[in-house]
Design a protein around this ligand. Structure first.
Ligand SMILES: [Ca+2]
Ligand SMILES: [Ca+2]
Ligand SMILES: [Ca+2]
Length: 115
């Protein structure tokens, strides 16, 4: 329950408008991610949340995120590493690839659930 990657924490912050960034983001927002309330966040729940996050970030609704749209959640390095094609835009696929990789990294037990 302790460590979840910074991107997710920032997205949670962004999507919930919560003011406290520092401690245990995941714990505070677990209810929002854990939609079936079983005490763990599985891939589907995480994916659904991140799909919604993408929509929220895509302020001009053009189906891709530019650096300005992600300024609150990604620094320049993170943006560059998420923009796999290097065209200066993070497409939905690039975004989902990135966050699902983060999910896998955070899922240390390998059971495809964060808890
Ligand atoms: Ca769940
Ligand atoms: Ca956009
Ligand atoms: Ca791209």
């Amino acid at each position: 329950m302790k460590s979840i990657i910074a991107t997710t924490a920032s997205l949670l912050l962004l999507c919930t408008g919560a003011a406290t960034a520092q401690q245990s983001m995941y714990e505070g927002h677990q209810d929002q991610l854990d939609t079936d309330d079983n005490g763990a966040v599985n891939r589907q729940e995480y994916q659904a949340f991140m799909t919604e996050a993408f929509e929220k970030l895509d302020a001009d609704n053009n189906g891709a995120l530019n650096q300005a749209e992600t300024a609150d959640v990604l620094n320049a390095d993170q943006f560059a590493s998420t923009d796999a094609s290097g065209d200066g835009r993070v497409s939905r696929d690039e975004f989902m690839n990135r966050v699902m990789k983060d999910f896998a990294a955070a899922d240390k037990s390998g059971d495809r659930r964060l808890q």
